[in-house]
Design a protein around this ligand. Structure first.
Ligand code: FES
Length: 239
């Protein structure tokens, strides 16, 4: 019979945080998210957690499950053992139980200007891209902004100004996009004190990404591109 030890905390009560144990029925194929819904609907209606799509698309059910940051809707209980501890994402304020305040996470994301910036006059018709140009960004666009990488990053834990692996992975998506005209301006920002050179290449983000993306590798590429732009005198200067 599966046992969940779930982190409970309500800052409004002033009580200490604790782990509450719940016994669940053994149901073949049950995911951790379904287990949490079982608790909510049958045992304890006060448990707070986030979810939306239930199919690994929206990223809202990211949490720490059995020693790793994962998506609850994509994790089958049978794959992680009978007794599992469940905690919220780290490095963010806890609103209640498994729900954290994601505002700092999205604030860092906004700083990398996650939209195309055309060079010159705004276009009057659609941008065109060849299949080869599109293939360059195929990898990075799959990020669902779940914050597993952010929660696992020790640099985020110690430096609130650090942009974070999610923002830097997305930044490469725009730097590598043939339609974007702000590459060198972006690289100058990403090479600043709170950007790519704050990364210590610890690989936590790569290990936990539920979409098998490689934020560590993306940050490494951005470092090389920023250094090359500096070396060639182009850093900060758009074409
Ligand atoms: S509920 Fe959307 S990713 Fe899990």
């Amino acid at each position: 019979m599966p046992t969940f030890k779930v982190f409970r905390y309500n800052p409004k009560t002033g009580d200490q945080a604790y782990f509450q144990t719940y016994q669940l029925p053994e149901i073949k194929g049950m995911t951790v998210l379904e287990g949490l819904y079982y608790i909510l609907e049958n045992i304890d209606p006060t448990l707070a957690f986030r979810s939306s799509c239930r199919q690994g698309v929206c990223g809202s059910c990211a949490m720490h499950i059995g020693e790793k940051y994962r998506l609850a809707c994509e994790t089958q209980i049978a794959d992680i053992g009978d007794s599992v501890s469940i905690r919220p994402l780290a490095h963010m304020k806890i609103i209640r139980d498994l729900v954290v305040d994601l505002d700092p996470f999205f604030a860092q994301y906004e700083k990398i200007k996650p939209y195309l910036i055309p060079s010159g006059e705004p276009p009057t018709r659609e941008f065109k891209q060849s299949p080869a140009q599109r293939a360059k960004i195929d990898f990075h666009v799959d990020c669902i902004l779940c914050a597993c990488c952010y929660g696992s990053c020790p640099v985020v834990a110690t430096d609130e100004k650090y942009l974070g692996p999610h923002a830097l992975l997305k930044a490469l998506r725009f730097v590598d996009d043939s339609r974007d005209g702000a590459t060198n301006e972006r690289l100058a920002y990403l090479a600043s004190d709170f950007g790519v050179f704050r990364c210590h290449t610890i690989f936590n983000c790569q290990q936990v990404c539920p979409k098998d993306l490689d934020p560590t590798g993306a940050i490494g590429k951005l470092k090389m591109k920023a250094l090359w732009a500096k070396f060639t005198g182009k850093l900060g200067k758009n074409e």
